[in-house]
Design a protein around this ligand. Structure first.
Ligand code: CA
Length: 238
């Protein structure tokens, strides 16, 4: 299973049991995994081993996950997926603003974790090809301001286009309400969440097989939205 193209994942988690469980499962999937129990070792590992993805627990002794994330972002753009038992919106928004790409709240499904890891690694591998405006089946056709979804094509209004382009260029990444409102409408609109509800509803009518039960453009309650490249379903929790 271990080929030379395998991706390296750094798991930063102080609970031994949890770290071992993650490590074993990821190795079984063919990833090369390094587990670290504290921030000092984790920082060292990021410098020395250049992982392809970091799984980061927020509650760590000495240097917590927030501070680690801030320090990682000074030296690397490697995808950071946060694993947390904390789920206050303020914490999640803070960690996303510090540069984390996505988060999962414990307990979570292993299948979902693997799907998000694949999405983040794929996105980081393709982020230097700006002409590639795709997220899974969704393709943006710039010259005609249309979106192609499978065999269907839809013409978009300028606002629809700008919003969908934001999601597609950040495929697989959580975007906060505040970020989207500031980016598309301007900083003075940062509390106008209704705008986002209206426009995400319109985007879903183009890209979702069943717009009322979205599986691609998914709401992160109280946080924002994430556009997945593959359908995002519910799984058994572990
Ligand atoms: Ca912990």
């Amino acid at each position: 299973m271990h080929g030379k193209n395998e991706k390296a994942i750094l798991v930063i988690e102080d609970e031994d049991k949890y770290r071992r469980l993650l490590t074993a499962n990821l190795e079984f999937e063919g990833y090369m995994v390094k587990g670290k129990a504290n921030g000092i070792e984790a920082l060292q590992a990021v410098y020395e081993e250049e992982p392809d993805l970091i799984l980061l627990d927020l509650r760590l002794p000495e240097i917590d996950g927030f501070e680690l994330c801030r320090r990682f972002r000074k030296v690397t753009s490697v995808p950071i997926l946060v694993l947390t038992a904390l789920n206050t919106e303020a914490d999640l928004i803070h960690i996303l603003d510090l540069g984390a790409d996505d988060y999962m709240t414990k307990p979570f499904s292993l299948q979902e974790l693997l799907a998000r890891i694949r999405a983040l690694i794929r996105r980081s591998a393709s982020q230097f090809t700006p002409e590639d405006l795709c997220c899974g089946n969704i393709r943006l056709l710039k010259d005609v301001r249309e979106v192609e979804v499978g065999e269907q094509r839809y013409h978009l209004t300028p606002t629809e286009w700008n919003l969908l382009r934001e999601f597609v260029t950040h495929c697989g990444k959580v975007l906060t309400h505040e970020y989207l409102l500031a980016k598309i409408w301007g900083v003075e609109y940062q509390n106008e969440h209704e705008y986002l509800r209206v426009y995400t509803r319109k985007l879903r009518s183009y890209i979702e097989p069943a717009p009322k039960r979205p599986v691609y453009l998914v709401t992160q309650a109280g946080i924002g939205y994430i556009l997945y490249p593959t359908p995002h379903g519910t799984e058994l929790r572990i």
